[in-house]
Design a protein around this ligand. Structure first.
Ligand code: FES
Ligand SMILES: [Fe+2]
Length: 356
């Protein structure tokens, strides 16, 4: 499988109205449109006839009409030609995409590709909004940033841990064939007493940040909880996020963050609608800080080779292997030998020693 064979979110639902929209994914321009009956269609944004941008056209009934000679294309890639009514042109299979609308976004994958739609909701949680951010780096570097907590004291005011307690944070990595799971546990950051009271978080609680990264497409699902160190009671933070990392161009990516809220007792009091908007704004701000940071990287090639890694970077190396194998459908790189320059991989393997 290659990148375009996986389901990716490419537009927020409200961005697609009557006018077809062009999006960029993995270097490909794709036009997405709504048919008059509410269906969705997507093609490579180039008319099969003579290469007009289909996003310059318009929708008539269930067809996307090309602005150049008026050829009309149905979502399955079959067309008709006003000037030659008996003709039945057909788009190349590679240029036709399946499109669906879920969780407030429009998703596409290449037609006929076998990828299943990613599962990222959870029982008891309801969708609470989608955020999108653009990063001026390849998606691998954005993912790197999202799967380690070492940067959080320097970049974030709410996420992660504070610097003085960072040495006490444990990062436990569990690898499986298709996933990388990390559980970080450490003293929680100072938070206002009123928030502790609201969410019944003990003042001396341990904070657990847990995520699982999967690779069809590349995304990570985050859950947070607090543990009472005396009773071991767990308070689940009522926000879950699922973050999708889209390749756009060689030095650009898009990050879609789907938020889910577990309203619990807050909905009983009718307070859910008051709490989530500010949380969403805070999350948006936190992610913008990551984007700003990423734009300042000196090396934007998206590779780990040559980096000297630390104990929080083990998941990065494991993710690269799965990106190659699952997301790009390429054989994973052979285990590097000494002297071949793969310092990053070797450093990650040494992590248990390096961390001690
Ligand atoms: S280029 Fe689209 S109809 Fe001719
Ligand atoms: Fe971050």
């Amino acid at each position: 499988m290659a990148e375009l064979d996986h389901w990716h979110p490419v537009l927020l639902s409200h961005e697609l109205r009557r006018k077809p929209r062009s999006v960029r994914l993995a270097g490909r321009e794709i036009v997405v449109f709504r048919t008059s009956s509410g269906g969705l269609g997507a093609f490579t944004d180039r008319c099969p006839h003579r290469s007009m941008r289909l996003s310059e056209g318009w929708v008539e009934g269930d067809r996307l009409v090309c602005a150049y000679h008026g050829w009309r294309w149905a979502a399955d890639g079959r067309g008709d030609i006003p000037a030659t009514p008996a003709a039945r042109p057909c788009a190349r299979r590679d240029d036709v995409f399946d499109a669906v609308e879920r969780y407030g976004a429009i998703w596409v994958k290449r037609a006929g590709a076998q990828a299943t739609f990613p599962r990222f909701d959870a029982e008891g949680y309801v969708p609470a909004g989608v955020l999108r951010h653009r990063a001026a780096v390849p998606f691998e570097l954005a993912l790197d940033n999202f799967i380690e907590v070492e940067h959080t004291p320097f970049v974030h005011f709410m996420l992660g841990y504070s610097l003085d307690q960072m040495p006490q944070v444990e990062a436990q990595v569990t690898l499986s064939d298709d996933a990388v799971q990390v559980v970080n546990t450490g003293p929680k950051r100072p938070i206002p007493r009123i928030v502790e009271k609201m969410f019944r978080i003990p003042h001396d609680a341990k904070f657990v940040v847990e995520w699982t990264a999967r690779f069809s497409p590349v995304h990570a699902i985050y859950d947070h909880s607090f543990i009472n160190p005396r009773t071991r009671e767990v308070v689940t933070y009522p926000l879950r996020s699922a973050v999708f990392f889209n390749p756009v161009g060689p030095e650009s990516s898009e990050i879609y963050t789907f938020l889910f809220a577990s309203l619990g007792r807050w909905s009983e009091f009718g307070l859910g609608s008051l709490i989530w908007p500010p949380l969403r704004v805070a999350m948006d701000l936190e992610l913008r800080l990551d984007m700003r940071l990423l734009s300042r990287l000196a090396d934007k090639r998206g590779i780990l080779k040559g980096n000297v890694l630390g104990r929080f970077d083990k998941a990065l190396v494991a993710s690269r292997d799965r990106i190659d194998r699952i997301y790009r459908g390429q054989a994973a790189e052979a285990t590097p030998e000494a002297g071949d320059g793969h310092e990053a991989t070797r450093a990650a393997r040494r992590l248990p020693l390096a961390a001690s």
